[in-house]
Design a binder for this molecule. Structure first.
Ligand code: LMR
Length: 330
């Protein structure tokens, strides 16, 4: 009798274990470096909600904001190793992966607003760039907007001449390096999570950011001046580990793809307002004096930075730069 109940128990266990395993949710770790109250932070939460609701808990999305899990370079490695499944790194951070073409987005004055940006990101040029990620074991699921960058420092920086000799934090993009050198500044690559302290302690003198990043990292508390140069764009590609994504059950992947499509739209709807609000927040704080360039000053910035287009051609690729010109009608 005892033997029989043991056999029954064992059979029961064999039946139960796979069933229990099948109920374990699929976990998507989503790591990023900015605050929750940014377009990217909000979009990550939006995706989590849609994904978890629509898969009825079969998928769990763990969002790690503010470099809580990994810093810039580490998170790229973690994605390739499968330690995280989803990221939305800035387009300036794809160079170390060997996809230098993404640095086209960093070329100063190559995009003159969100309309031009969407002609690229929502068209064939954007798709062509995302396809370059596949041989690296990565799939691009779309673009998330952030905003146009402003220069900041602890002294007034009205014209390019004011940047001379300044130590300036940049993201890990060679195009941004060339951009700062064109201004005779000294660029320093640094992880995003370290910038506030570097500005506070004077390790660097200034930086460039969309207002949303500047405000949510409180950089305006350690930068007395900012100029609305809008000289370059900062935004993201949402990427997943290819092996993980293609290994998902088909129905789940379909739901997640749809959720991501809606998240892309949501992010790109809120990004501009978010940046406008952040700029208003910086102004209201009274900590940073905001300068709007005059027409002559704006021309001086453009004249100083336009040569970078030619200079970075051999790094980024002439073809992709031409693709941008054509798509935006430049
Ligand atoms: C930066 O490092 O300045 C940005 O890429 C941070 C971000 O993700 O917006």
């Amino acid at each position: 009798m005892k033997k029989l109940s043991l056999v029954v128990a064992l059979i029961g266990a064999c039946v139960l274990v796979p069933a229990a395993q099948a109920q374990e949710p699929i976990v998507i770790k989503f790591s990023h470096v900015v605050a929750m109250d940014t377009p990217k932070g909000k979009a990550a939460e939006f995706f989590k909600k849609l994904a978890e609701e629509r898969t009825q808990g079969r998928v769990k999305v763990e969002v790690y904001h503010n470099s809580a899990l990994y810093k810039d370079r580490e998170e790229m490695e973690a994605l390739q190793l499968g330690a995280v499944q989803m990221l939305a790194p800035s387009l300036a951070k794809f160079g170390p992966l060997g996809v230098k073409e993404f640095e086209v987005f960093d070329i100063p004055y190559i995009l003159d607003g969100y309309e031009a940006l969407h002609k690229v990101t929502e068209g064939p040029v954007g798709a062509k760039l995302l396809a370059l990620l596949e041989p690296k074991g990565i799939i691009g699921l779309g673009y998330w907007d952030n905003g146009f960058k402003i220069m900041s420092a602890n002294k007034p920086i009205k014209t390019p001449n004011d940047m001379r000799g300044m130590k300036v934090r940049i993201q890990s993009s060679r195009v941004l390096d060339a951009q700062m050198r064109a201004l005779k500044a000294m660029p320093q690559v640094m992880a995003f999570s370290e910038v506030y302290q570097a500005l506070q302690t004077g390790v660097v003198d200034g930086t460039e950011n969309p207002p949303s990043n500047m405000f949510t990292q409180k950089m305006h508390e350690v930068q007395k001046h900012a100029t609305l140069t809008n000289h370059g764009y900062l935004g993201y590609a949402v990427i997943v580990n290819k092996k993980f994504w293609e290994g998902l059950p088909k129905d789940i992947r379909g739901i997640l793809e749809q959720a991501m499509k809606e998240t892309n739209a949501y992010n790109n709807e809120i990004a501009k307002k978010d940046n406008d609000d952040a700029l208003a927040g910086i102004r209201a704080s009274g900590r940073t004096e905001i300068h709007t360039p005059t027409d002559a000053e704006r021309k001086a910035w453009i004249d100083a930075l336009k040569p970078v287009h030619k200079e970075v051609e051999s790094r980024v690729g002439k073809e992709i730069i031409q693709d941008f010109y054509k798509a935006t009608g430049q």
